[in-house]
Design a protein around this ligand. Structure first.
Ligand code: SUD
Ligand code: ADP
Length: 311
């Protein structure tokens, strides 16, 4: 159940919600409904957005901390989440939302999904509604394939279009260097479409089986995790953004254990041995001239959760 929060007039509920890296992303062929069946290992990282919600006369959504164009109000995924929740609970979506964005926009790290999950959890708390987690996860899946995982966080196996989750036993604490590529984000549908095009044009290697990754996670075998990282969307992201190859190469040359395009990209995620190693790789990569910004992060991180700061 979500926690019951008795929010008085003017109260603010703050929620932290994580970005993700797909440690493994196997993509099937395009389905009749336009989606692709996935076998993916989601891994939440502590690069998180913070979403503040307050009672108001009407729905409004503002974002801070990004230069990219992010839709506001009902077109923002957080606004869409509040509209859906209000409908289901028979209420007015009268909430002012303020999002501090840290997750790169359109970066393949599911930042919009994180904000949608935060809005669901935060609004339920603001309205003092005990919504069972399974109910919330069902509504999350209506908002987007990645939204249920942003609710759960941790490390999880995703199937279906990514919305069906099962727990993954993981003993690994992972240290990351994240390099959001310059030149703006990549559109998720465009990357899936490019993969379909590449597959129709020739033989594109597929990610293989997920079991070796699950085994490496279960034993906390960092070298095994690095070796088993795979992403079927990577070839499509490289095709649309060829310079990503250079960033990945520079990260590996800087000593990362392994590297991958995160989801549909263009963020490059580099696995490191520990936080100190990540800091060294980040410094080297920043000096390589192949990226504009570099961040470090750690996982697994918890899913969307109320921080409790109200008043
Ligand atoms: C690629 C992934 C990997 O985790 O993440 P991102 O790179 O976006 O973070 C996800 O599959 C993105 O999930 P999400 O961004 O929630 O996608 P949705 O809103 O559900 O769908 C947007 C569009 O992406 C395509 N899509 C999405 C999921 C899926 N399993 N197959 C698809 O083909 C479809 O064209 C769909 O219309
Ligand atoms: N709260 C939000 N944060 C970021 N992007 C959003 C949000 N709401 C809607 N969007 C739209 O969704 C698109 C994909 O955003 P995002 O979730 O950051 O990327 P990705 O799908 O690559 O993980 C953005 O280009 C933006 O137009």
């Amino acid at each position: 159940m979500t926690g019951r929060v008795l929010a008085g007039p003017g109260a603010t509920v703050r929620v932290s919600s994580p970005g993700k890296v797909n440690l493994f992303l196997g993509v099937g062929d395009r389905r009749e409904d336009g989606y692709h069946d996935l076998v993916t290992v989601f891994h939440a990282v502590d690069l998180a957005d913070e979403v503040a919600l307050q009672p108001a006369d009407r729905l409004s959504v503002r974002t801070h901390g990004v230069t990219e164009v992010v839709p506001e109000d009902g077109d923002n995924l957080a606004g869409a989440a509040i509209t859906l929740l209000a409908q289901r609970l028979g209420r007015e979506p009268a909430v002012a939302v303020d999002i501090t964005k840290r997750i790169p926009v359109a970066g393949g790290m599911a930042g919009g999904s994180a904000d949608a999950a935060a809005a669901l959890v935060g609004c339920a708390a603001l309205w003092g509604q005990d919504v069972p987690r399974a109910q919330l996860a069902g509504w999350a899946a209506e908002l987007g394939s990645d939204v249920p995982f942003a609710l759960s966080g941790g490390t999880a196996l995703g199937t279906g279009r990514g919305e069906r989750l099962s727990p993954v036993l993981s003993r690994a604490e992972l240290s990351w260097v994240l390099a959001p590529a310059g030149g703006g984000g990549l559109s998720t549908p465009a990357v899936y479409t490019e993969l379909d095009r590449l597959r129709a044009a020739g033989d594109v290697p597929r990610a293989g089986e997920v079991e070796p990754m699950l085994a490496a996670l279960a034993t906390g075998d960092l070298a095994g995790i690095a070796a088993e990282m795979a992403n079927d969307l990577q070839a499509a992201a490289f095709s649309l953004r060829p310079e990503l190859r250079r960033t990945l190469r520079a990260g590996l040359d800087a000593g990362a254990l392994g590297g991958i395009v995160s989801g549909s990209g263009p963020t490059i995620a580099l696995l490191c041995a520990d936080p100190d190693h990540a800091a060294r790789v980040a410094t080297d990569l920043a000096g390589s001239g192949t990226v504009r910004t570099v961040r470090t992060a750690a996982g697994p991180a918890p899913g969307a959760r109320v921080l409790g700061g109200r008043g």
